[in-house]
Design a protein around this ligand. Structure first.
Ligand SMILES: Cc1cc2nc3c(=O)[nH]c(=O)nc-3n(C[C@H](O)[C@H](O)[C@H](O)COP(=O)(O)OP(=O)(O)OC[C@H]3O[C@@H](n4cnc5c(N)ncnc54)[C@H](O)[C@@H]3O)c2cc1C
Length: 518
């Protein structure tokens, strides 16, 4: 029986813990309570081919098209083919997806050629999934540590000089502890807190990706951040799901005119990066004023029933979206990049798996298709667990690079910080990333952002204070995103360079990042 440590209690970590506990000793570590995660806030739903007029091949084609030439096809095929079985698992774990008569009610979202989005509770899909999985994990043999922060991953070389993980360091209210592990499944989520406007909750600070990078794991595609086009333009940036546009809501500018029809044939349902930049340029043209999302044609009754949590949130800000259009702005939403893995969740570091948003499986390429991320989390968490205990293949995620041709490899060393350099301030970092490494980038701004990032140093990490660790992680990840964005001299998917507005077909390959040996 192997000892497996799972990090994170979003959908990916919960599935990994539940599945692994069938055959292994499992410890689940999570930095807040079990229910707090990006997963909890997911509204729109989860994509899968479940109706007779839809096919796996069409789901694959839609995913590849959104990914803008950078998806890794074997991973996409696995995602779409395994999807229906994994949805069935969720149903067996107690998730009650919304139904229409005898069938699941299937929604349509941007860039999907079919209505294939399952949802639960109208717009509380993530919360419903999380609740069912939390209840399941509490019934399994899993040892659970809440409010426990994973700070670093320990690696040792064996007699043949092969490096392999041996455990991890965690911090809780009693101090620092070492947890031994035969394998670690990192499911610690993305890093939306890199940006001033984000739909992600406060726990989303990229800790697992930073720890894996420091331990020597390869990262990939980190320059690709997806900005959700429509967050309510209020402090806290509450997400207004794509499904609202899927149901027929339209975007209008300050003059009350629709503008997306002129930008893309799919108008409001164009890929997210296209809609987000369309909104951003409208906002620039109207002096920074948010654009408006007009859902009034859907009517109050429908909106309240189909989108109860958005309706409630709008009301809490004094907005009645059934009667008047509401102000919206883009916000950082989903990280396509992360720890490079193969189709079984294996990273380049033997013993270290990465699943969910922390991983870069290659399924999303340069841009994620809406509602594919919850699906990716369950599919690859399940596959990772199936390979526990089997031999670690050489060059695990490298098969992707082999089929993609040569990759641009960047290496990064944590610099020696000058005495007296200021300690990084989170709000300043988030503002810098939003202004200079956000929706539209230029070489000059990226260079200047990198200089600024190099001028800051992480706070001395007090072993009791999670925020200091989080700031250090955000600083490190900000440098990886900025370095990769500088190196990608083209525009593609979620990465848009004003100075290189075209896509360059010769650059249709991932950029990888590895820590420079000191
Ligand atoms: C508002 C919103 C709406 C969304 N809507 C959809 C949707 O409709 N469909 C869809 O497919 N996707 C959606 N997404 C994206 C999707 O929710 C995420 O990609 C997915 O939930 C990621 O799951 P995960 O398990 O990888 O990570 P998360 O759910 O983010 O969980 C990460 C876990 O790791 C823990 N953790 C982090 N750092 C540490 C540390 N240092 N130590 C210990 N634990 C740590 C966190 O506390 C958390 O429990 C949405 C995201 C947001 C924010």
């Amino acid at each position: 029986m192997a000892k497996i440590v799972v990090v994170g209690s979003g959908i990916a970590g919960l599935i990994a813990a539940v599945e692994a506990s069938r055959a292994h000793e499992v410890v689940l570590v999570t930095k807040a309570n079990l229910a707090e995660s990006n997963t909890h806030y997911a509204q729109g739903g989860i994509a899968a081919v479940l109706s007779t007029d839809d096919t796996v091949a069409e789901h694959v084609a839609d995913t590849l098209s959104a990914g803008a030439g950078l998806c890794w096809e074997p991973a996409v095929e696995v995602l779409c083919a395994d999807g229906p079985r994994r949805i069935n698992d969720l149903v067996n774990f107690g998730v009650e997806f919304d139904r229409s008569g005898d069938h699941f009610a299937m929604g349509l979202e941007a860039a999907h050629s079919h209505a294939r989005i399952l949802h639960a509770g109208g717009d509380t899909t993530g919360a419903d999934i999380s609740e069912a999985l939390v209840a399941t994990v509490r019934r399994t043999a899993t040892e659970i540590h809440e409010h426990t922060f994973v700070s670093s991953i320990a690696v040792e070389a064996d007699a043949q000089g092969q490096r392999r993980i041996v455990g991890l360091e965690v911090i809780d209210a009693d101090g620092t502890h070492f947890l031994e592990a035969d394998a670690i499944i990192l499911a610690s989520g993305g890093a939306g807190q890199l940006y001033r406007h984000t739909t992600n909750p406060a726990v989303t600070t990229g800790d697992g990706v930073a720890a894996a990078f420091r331990a020597g794991a390869l990262l990939a595609d980190v320059e690709f951040y997806q900005f959700h086009p429509t967050a309510l333009a209020v402090p806290g940036s509450f997400l207004i799901s794509e499904a609202v546009r899927g149901e027929g809501a339209v975007l209008i500018n300050a003059q009350g005119e629709r503008f997306m029809q002129k930008i893309h044939p799919l108008a409001e349902l164009a890929p997210r990066d296209v809609v987000a930049r369309g909104i951003q340029s409208q906002m620039l043209a109207q002096g920074g004023e948010p654009v408006l999302l007009d859902a009034t044609a859907l009517g109050n009754d429908f909106l309240t029933e189909r989108f109860p949590s958005i309706t409630k949130m709008c009301r809490s800000y004094g907005l009645n979206w059934g009667r008047e259009p509401i102000p919206v702005t883009p916000a950082a939403h989903y990280w396509m990049g992360g720890i490079a893995t193969d189709t079984e969740g294996r990273s380049s570091l033997p013993g270290l798996y990465a699943v969910g948003e922390a991983a870069c499986t290659g399924t999303h390429g340069a841009n994620r298709l809406a509602s594919n991320s919850l699906l990716e989390s369950i599919v690859f968490a399940h596959r990772a667990v199936k390979t526990l205990g089997s031999a670690w293949p050489e060059n695990a995620p490298g098969v992707r690079w082999a089929s993609a041709g040569p990759v641009a490899e960047l290496s990064l060393q944590e610099p020696d910080f000058k005495p007296g350099s200021p300690v990084v301030d989170r709000v300043e970092l988030q503002t810098l990333m939003w202004d200079s490494v956000g929706l539209a980038r230029t070489g000059a701004e990226l260079e200047s952002a990198l200089d600024k990032l190099h001028s800051w140093r992480p706070a001395p990490r007090d072993h009791r204070l999670f925020p200091d660790w989080e700031d250090a992680n955000l600083l490190l990840l900000a440098r990886t995103v900025t370095e990769a964005a500088l190196a990608r001299l083209e525009s593609r998917g979620g990465h848009y360079r004003l100075d290189y507005p075209a896509t360059n077909p010769t650059l249709a390959r991932p950029i990888t990042l590895v820590r420079k040996a000191s």
